[in-house]
Ligand binder design. Structure first.
Ligand code: SF4
Length: 407
């Protein structure tokens, strides 16, 4: 039975798809690219923006037209689409359903040798990448006024640290050099007394993973413990000096209306502390443009903060109201203004990204190459390999020149 996947949205969705693929391969199923004809298509939806929701619907229809049985999962806004055959929120339910569908009970009884052969046939699927996404939690206890995710994912729930260590060690065995810890809000990680900083210490101690990167971080939950860990030369060899620190707006008025519960002063304070110990510590972020009530002055404050921080990358999201959120009931600003501001912010973000990347020219950095041609420094600066040697999955000390930068 052939199964294909289409995954939208965040790294958490990617991690959950990887987990599901591996489990299905282990059970003897075949995984095929989404462009090929499959018996079952698993669409992992994203409902964070209007655009992502639309793409989710398009992909469901696309796979259905090609005759696949559709399983929808993830942040699925419209579970009642007639094209969907089955909806499940967790991977275990999907696996059980696929097993029933395929009447594959015999396959499950395959002896180890045959199972290994099936896995080998599919070996390119899970190991072709050099960076593995490791899910450490899901759900969120906050209630940002624009966000629909808690509606899909519920309250925060964390994976036990022992299980995370086991998963990372498996990735090390498979040859991965880097893991990215992902979740809906990884700053809400809690396993008994262990919070995110404690989990990182445990990972460094109990695994041989070369590089650990963090998924999106929440400014209201950044602890001194975490900052200290990232300021300590002994740990930063393996903890990548790059945070995706979610901003959303550079205006305190708008942050309040978004129910973000932090100020721009607190936000910049985190940046300043980390840059004090490492001036080239890298930050990327998300910004929502055109949130209801955003004035020219609010927008200017966002632009000013972006220039001040010099982000390595800003993901710009024009505001789109999600059904059932508090922001849906707020007075929207005109689409034309939103478009103009988004355009300006994208240009500004490109400018600051270029300036930040150019600070690395002349410096030597260990670059992890993800394919023959492209790799990333610890600060997540994209580097081109100008030689003909295939450096895929190798960490190579590289003297960075302007011609290496891939902006
Ligand atoms: S922190 Fe806010 S934006 Fe992030 S998942 Fe929770 S509610 Fe949504």
């Amino acid at each position: 039975m052939k199964i294909s996947f289409y995954t939208l949205g965040c790294k958490l969705n990617q991690a959950e798809t990887d987990e599901l693929k591996n489990e299905l391969l282990r059970h003897g199923f075949s995984v095929v690219p989404f462009s090929q004809k499959a018996d079952v298509a698993v669409i992992r939806a994203c409902g964070v923006t209007e655009g992502a929701s639309r793409t989710t619907r398009e992909m469901i229809r696309n796979a259905k037209r090609r005759g696949a049985y559709i399983i929808a999962t993830g942040c699925m806004e419209n579970k009642n689409m007639p094209e969907i055959d089955f909806v499940a929120m967790d991977n275990q339910k999907i696996i059980e359903h696929i097993v029933i569908l395929s009447a594959a009970k015999d396959l499950l009884n395959l002896d180890e040798g045959i199972l290994k052969q099936v896995q080998d046939d599919n070996k390119d699927e899970p190991t072709e990448r050099t960076r593995a996404f490791i899910k450490i939690q899901t759900g969120c206890n906050f209630n940002c006024s624009y966000c629909i995710i808690p509606h899909f994912r519920g309250h925060s729930a964390s994976i036990p640290s022992e299980k995370i260590i086991e998963n990372i060690n498996k990735k090390v065995e498979q040859g991965y050099n880097e893991v990215v810890l992902t979740g809906v809000n990884i700053c809400q990680y809690k396993d008994k007394e262990l919070a995110l900083a404690g989990l990182l210490k445990k990972i460094l101690l109990n695994t041989k993973i070369v590089r650990v990167r963090l998924g999106s971080l929440d400014p209201r939950l950044i602890t001194e413990d975490l900052i200290n860990l990232y300021s300590d030369k002994k740990t930063t060899e393996r903890l990548m000096p790059h945070w995706h620190l979610s901003l959303q707006s550079g205006s305190d008025v708008i942050l309040k209306s978004m129910n973000r519960l932090y100020s721009t002063k607190k936000y910049y304070g985190i940046i300043a502390k980390l840059r004090k110990s490492n001036p080239l510590f890298s930050f990327t972020t998300d910004v929502i443009v055109g949130f209801p009530g955003e004035t020219e002055n609010d927008f200017k404050q966002t632009c000013d903060l972006i220039k001040k921080v010099q982000f390595a990358k800003v993901h710009v999201f024009p505001f789109s109201a999600r059904p059932g959120t508090a922001a849906e009931k707020m007075q929207p600003i005109p689409d034309k203004t939103k478009k103009e501001r988004s355009k300006k912010l994208v240009l500004l973000s490109e400018e600051t990204a270029k300036k930040f990347a150019e600070k690395f020219v002349g410096k030597t950095r260990p670059v992890l190459f993800e394919n023959k041609k492209t790799g990333y420094t610890p600060e997540f600066i994209r580097i081109k390999n100008n030689s003909d040697i295939n450096l895929q999955n190798k960490i190579v000390k590289t003297v960075i020149r302007k011609s290496n930068l891939q902006l």
